[in-house]
Design a protein around this ligand. Structure first.
Ligand code: ANZ
Ligand code: ZN
Length: 827
């Protein structure tokens, strides 16, 4: 064959670049379509088949939507601040900036080799000052709205990354990135008040009807709304209230102790810690544990009796107060009423410290003995030992006791969220500096907007330590106070990279704007993102932060939308040997080797064909030969018919020629299937297999008639091929563009309209056939018009009703009149 696929691919890639076929225009008569892949980290590895799958899914979709007539925005950028660059730089002793630039170059080259159609004019790089200037601007906006604040808190510290991590970045006590164990540390940190948006983030999940259910559920659980009541216990002999948060006020008559978190303010109020070494020691012991560990079921509950008692406000009972390791300060009030009979953690606790158990809920028909119970009774039941509430169901009692408590003024209903504020300080170099100045005389200042960006200094000893590397750069740190011009100091923490990625989709709309982060009119033209595509690993962190920032910017009137991503698709992973393909696991299959061998179109076609895009896919390159063969068959058949004499035919009408008729129908069915497969959820795999079937059909015709098909049939084949190539274009763009020209067409195939199908040509006509047994009408069955005698016979004899009619009888004869009747003669 005369086709040099590599040359063809290079030719069209540079042609597309030259003619800017993928650039999008702001505003258009066409409807807009914003297609966005989660932008990658420029990690420097060669693209592997896991990456290829992501980018090709986005590219096929964008090309398709372009042909559907949308004004498509499909941009690309780099999430380029963060630890990997810094760590790699430390290891290889080069500057993270240079390391990043080098990687971006390599990855861009590889994406271009794959033929991904981005609007490269809109490329953004988060570590460049023109971008992070606006990340800092965002910080100022949040600060002004009192959504950014600083507080001392116990934080997750990763000793290996030498930095603080957000709760979301700690998975089972382990750093999400480097997998080391997290320790707890007390530090002054910056936070974003995402908790203020908890209810809206929860409510608006409802609107996201095209998000995967599992992602919405993960967000819902992460936000963790809990309806309960705060009840005021009272310190004995003192007028000090100790509010507890509970979702189970129905158990209040079963309280036998009070459990406090170790940092509960009561402790400092009534003790001097220095004189209580036992308390001090217990505190330290608990604080060395991670939060995730402390709230897990499996770990040993421990406590320290502080020699004080509290009064239960509902029955004036006196209960001992303990410091405990399982009550955390970060939730509710940091104090819990201990109900061992009905809470498993409390049960385990009292078993250890020999405290009483008081049963207040029993199953309907059975009593529970507190002395012999082996675990807490946590099911619903009937109230016992609960004064006037005894005898009712505990579910009703929750509301009744809550009413009673509120009437008596001893407590108030309360909604709590598990969601914590977003910790954004990082004690690392490679991030956007937080634009804050501290003056010893005037206090805290934000850097004035017109002085942004606060440039990240280039010459820095970025070896990690206990303080941010920026703290060691005196030119950076020392600054004059904006108010008194005296000696002041800059904040030396940088921002979590999730801040950079919480708004990048907005910047793509006006990547070059100098005076604003994004142009108001243009951003509102493009937003929301119509299709967001990315990994499910971002189900919580990135997606929640982006939704939060969008809402804040909406409230500040910078945006007209409250949700950034209208549709979300989470693609499956490519696995190798059962594990996610990744550089760190050393199980990658590099894309460039395969592109070199088979060409980009084959690699693209194969990865889309291999599995449904939402499913994980265990790498197996067997099928790639098949896809390569398919493409070669397409080339051959186009070559052959392109040169035949043809006349103009209308493939939207049924021809008289029987073979052409079937061809036209098959074509329309194929258009319908491919279109539906894409529309109904990214079923690229079945779309491609429909295209393969169509090619088989063409070969069948060719073989059937062996050589000379006649001018009419040739014309129909050629015409249906031009339509077919349009269908192939989103998946295998280079060869499609080439064959489009070969078929005598002008202009880029990506400026053509997506083919339409005639519905009437996609369904076969049906005919009712009368079923007789011994000449008597017994039944009617529907068949495709013109169905063969064999199929009619077989179907009828296997029909349940017919089977029962002739049950046991011997069939002597069967008469079939096609499209009319079948008569079964028995004895
Ligand atoms: C008494 C009780 C009795 C409770 C019972 C449960 C069962 P969610 O649904 O997660 O909101 N709790 C409250 N604050 C806590 C804290 N800071 N640290 C650890 N545990 C805390 O759960 C609310 C329940 O979690 C509360 O209801 C409280 O225990 C506990 F049979 O109060 B419960
Ligand atoms: Zn000052």
């Amino acid at each position: 064959m005369s086709y040099n696929l590599k040359e063809i691919e290079k030719k069209w890639q540079s042609e597309w670049e030259k003619t800017k076929i993928f650039s999008s225009t702001d505003f258009s008569d066409k409807a807009k379509y914003y297609a966005l892949m989660m932008f990658p980290y420029p990690s420097g590895s060669r693209l592997h088949m896991g990456h290829v799958r992501n980018y090709v899914i986005g590219d096929a979709l964008s090309r398709y939507q372009r042909m559907r007539g949308f004004n498509v925005l499909h941009p690309m950028g780099w999430d380029s601040f963060g630890l990997p660059a810094e760590n790699a730089a430390i290891k290889e002793n080069i500057h993270p900036g240079n390391w990043t630039k080098e990687n971006i170059k390599i990855m861009t080259e590889q994406l271009k080799n794959l033929g991904i159609g981005y609007d490269w004019d809109r490329e953004i790089t988060t570590c460049e000052a023109e971008y992070y200037k606006w990340t800092q601007w965002l910080f100022l906006k949040l600060y002004k709205k009192q959504l950014a604040y600083k507080k001392k808190s116990t934080v997750n510290w990763c000793p290996s990354c030498s930095t603080v991590l957000a709760n979301e970045q700690v998975v089972n006590g382990i750093c999400w990135r480097c997998k080391s164990e997290i320790v707890q540390k007390e530090l002054e940190q910056w936070f974003f008040k995402i908790t203020e948006y908890a209810q809206r983030l929860l409510d608006d999940l409802q609107e996201l009807s095209n998000w995967p259910e599992k992602v919405k559920l993960m967000q819902e659980n992460w936000i963790g709304k809990s309806k309960g009541i705060e009840i005021n216990f009272v310190l004995e002999d003192k007028n000090i209230l100790i509010p507890v948060f509970t979702t189970r006020p129905d158990t209040i008559y079963g309280v036998t102790f009070l459990a406090l978190g170790v940092d509960h303010p009561l402790i400092n109020e009534i003790f001097s810690i220095e004189k209580n070494p036992a308390i001090q020691k217990f505190k330290e012991e608990v604080k060395s544990l991670t939060l995730t560990m402390r709230i897990s079921d499996q770990f040993e509950k421990k406590g320290l009796f502080i020699n004080k008692y509290a009064i239960n406000p509902i029955n004036k009972e006196r209960v001992p107060i303990f410091l405990t390791n399982y009550v955390v300060m970060e939730y509710g009030t940091g104090a819990v009423m201990g109900v061992p009979a009905h809470d498993q953690r409390d049960f385990e606790f009292v078993k250890k410290y020999n405290l009483p158990i008081k049963v207040v809920i029993c199953p309907k028909d059975k009593a529970i003995n507190a002395d012999t119970m082996l675990e807490a009774y946590v099911d619903t039941g009937i109230q016992v030992n609960s004064d006037k509430f005894s005898g009712s169901s505990n579910v009703d009692t929750i509301e009744k006791i809550s009413d009673f408590i509120e009437e008596k003024g001893i407590g108030k209903r309360k909604i709590n969220y598990k969601l914590r504020d977003w910790l954004i300080s990082r004690q690392r170099y490679w991030g956007a500096p937080i634009p804050i100045i501290y003056c010893p005389t005037c206090g805290i200042f934000t850097v004035p907007e017109e002085q942004l960006p606060v440039l990240l200094p280039e010459k820095v000893d970025f070896m990690p330590g206990a303080i941010s590397p920026l703290a060691k750069v005196s030119e950076f740190v020392n600054v004059s106070c904006p108010k008194c011009q005296g000696q002041a100091k800059r904040e030396t923490d940088t921002m979590d990279t999730f801040v950079c990625s919480s708004w990048y989709y907005l910047r793509f709309t006006t990547p070059d704007s100098k005076d604003v982060p994004f142009d108001n009119k243009i951003v509102n033209y493009w937003m929301p993102v119509d299709q967001y595509i990315g990994g499910v690993e971002h189900a919580i962190l990135h997606l929640l932060y982006a939704r939060f920032i969008t809402k804040v910017l909406y409230d500040l009137k910078y945006l007209n939308v409250q949700e950034p991503f209208k549709n979300l698709f989470t693609q499956g992973m490519v696995l190798k040997d059962g594990q996610v393909m990744s550089k760190s696991k050393g199980n990658t299959v590099p894309a460039d080797d395969l592109i070199e061998k088979y060409g980009a179109d084959t690699v693209r076609g194969f990865i889309l064909f291999a599995a449904p895009p939402e499913k994980d896919y265990e790498w197996d390159n067997h099928g790639i030969e098949g896809v390569s063969r398919f493409i070669n068959r397409v080339i051959r058949v186009v070559e052959k018919f392109a040169d035949y004499p043809t006349k103009i035919v209308d493939i939207n009408c049924l021809p008289s020629n029987e073979i052409a008729k079937i061809l036209v129908k098959t074509l329309h069915k194929t258009i319908k299937r491919v279109t539906d497969d894409i529309e109904k959820g990214f079923h690229f795999n079945t779309a491609i297999s429909s295209l393969m079937e169509f090619t088989n059909h063409l070969y069948l015709i060719e073989n059937l008639l062996d050589r000379d098909l006649g001018e009419e049939l040739n014309s129909y084949i050629k015409e249906s091929l031009t339509t077919f190539i349009l269908l192939l274009a989103p998946f295998c763009p280079h060869i499609s563009e080439e064959l489009w020209k070969k078929l005598g067409k002008t202009g880029s195939i990506f400026r053509q309209n997506w083919p339409k199908y005639e519905n009437s040509l996609t369904t076969d006509a049906q005919t009712l056939i009368v079923v007789q047994v011994n000449g008597k009408l017994k039944h009617k069955l529907s068949f495709s018009t013109g169905e063969t005698i064999e199929i009619i016979k077989n179907t009828v004899l296997n029909d349940i009703k017919v089977k029962s009619l002739i049950d046991g009888k011997e069939i002597k004869n069967i008469i079939v009149v096609p499209d009319k009747l079948i008569n079964i003669v028995t004895n």
